[in-house]
Write a protein that binds this ligand. Structure first.
Ligand SMILES: [Zn+2]
Length: 377
């Protein structure tokens, strides 16, 4: 990826490019700012740029060996450290154990929404941390000689998730690393990074993107029309992750949309066996994603009611959602909208309290059958 392909952050880009060109990198750098604004994109491009052997006009070339390695997440002088969850299998907790999931995250969700990472890790109720094993790994790897570049990088995503033991282990190497080592921290909550760590870094504060930057991103990435991109950019709150979500191109959104259709169609047709399968499929989402899906069901129920009431100015359906709603919305009316919303809310509470998801979802679908078949009040 080139710097010019990352929206916004002009001052930070310029400062990073100057640092790389000066060939005098600080021991430790921290990119700070809210999640989803492109900090990791910038971090990755910066590391790639430093390693590139054929830089042009402040951009990596894209075809030297280092650039190719970066494109496939295989650069030997780049180590990624990120929060993970404990697993039953191993007592040693190393980021590299979840390298496949990490690559999936960088590929599918380059704007790095932490919630997506929880899903990919299948974290359930556990909270991801950076454990002392990773700190030990860093201390060992840091002392070894570099492969090809003058600089090797430890890119630490969410240093605020480091436990105290790990942070203490790292203090010395972050303050006085082996020459040629750079720590690059990417933090969403800089105030929660231990001061002993953050005070040793050169900080770059990055702000949410402007509405215009987001709009241009949506046009370029999703081929939206300018008025459409401008309209949606208002809701993105300066975050690429939010823009991706709004663009409706995220896989999850499509998955939710088709599931909602399946559930409602089969509830109306009283297809119990299919509904049971669907309850199993949704239960397999894990808690966080299932809660998002229930939110989506609530939103769609409300939207279909509004659609049925012929109040288009209040509606925010996407084109494909609207296609379905044209036929489905008559079934959501004054006589049942409140009951359906209440039951979805009840299911959300149950799931949040760790009730058996399969049973909660199947019960919800059974209730929906009754609500949909109820005659209009
Ligand atoms: Zn290159």
């Amino acid at each position: 990826m080139k710097f010019s392909e990352i929206p916004g952050h002009i001052a930070t880009k310029r400062a990073l490019i100057e640092l790389a060109d000066s060939d005098r990198l600080p021991h430790a750098i921290m990119l700070c700012g809210p999640s989803g604004i492109g900090k990791m994109l910038l971090a990755r491009t910066f590391v790639n740029y430093v390693h590139c052997t054929d830089r042009h006009n402040g951009e990596p070339c894209g075809h030297c060996q280092a650039c190719l390695q970066h494109a496939s997440f295989n650069n030997p002088d780049t180590h990624f450290i990120y929060p993970i969850v404990k697993s039953e299998k191993s007592k040693v907790l190393l980021s590299t154990d979840r390298i496949e999931e990490w690559r999936q995250m960088l590929t599918e969700n380059p704007a790095m929404q932490p919630e997506r990472w929880l899903d990919i890790l299948d974290a359930g109720n556990s909270r991801p941390r950076i454990y002392v094993n990773d700190a030990e790994y860093i201390v060992t790897a840091e002392a070894m000689s570099n492969y090809a570049s003058n600089y090797k990088f430890f890119v630490i995503w969410l240093p605020e998730k480091m436990n105290i033991e790990a942070a203490n282990k790292l203090l010395k190497v972050i303050e006085e690393p082996t020459p040629g080592t750079v720590f690059l921290l990417v933090s969403n909550e800089e105030n929660n990074v231990l001061p002993t760590i953050s005070s040793r870094t050169q900080r770059f504060n990055m702000a949410p993107l402007s509405r215009e930057e987001i709009g241009r991103y949506m046009m370029e990435r999703y081929g939206m029309k300018d008025y459409e991109a401008f309209e949606l950019s208002r809701l993105a709150e300066g975050r690429l992750s939010k823009a991706d979500e709004l663009a409706g191109f995220s896989e999850e959104k499509e998955e939710f949309e088709s599931l909602f259709r399946d559930i409602m169609r089969n509830a109306y047709a009283k297809k119990l066996a299919i509904l049971r399968n669907l309850s199993e499929r949704t239960a397999a989402f894990g808690r966080e994603k299932l809660l998002r899906f229930l939110d989506y069901m609530a939103r769609m129920t409300r939207e279909n009611f509004i659609y049925n009431m012929k109040m288009p100015q209040l509606s925010s359906l996407t084109r494909t959602e609207e296609e379905f709603s044209r036929r489905f919305s008559p079934f959501i009316n004054h006589g049942n909208v409140e009951d359906i919303m209440n039951e979805i809310g009840r299911a959300e509470n149950d799931i949040a309290r760790n009730a058996n998801a399969k049973i909660v979802m199947f019960d919800l679908f059974l209730l929906i059958i009754g609500f949909l078949l109820r005659k209009k009040a």
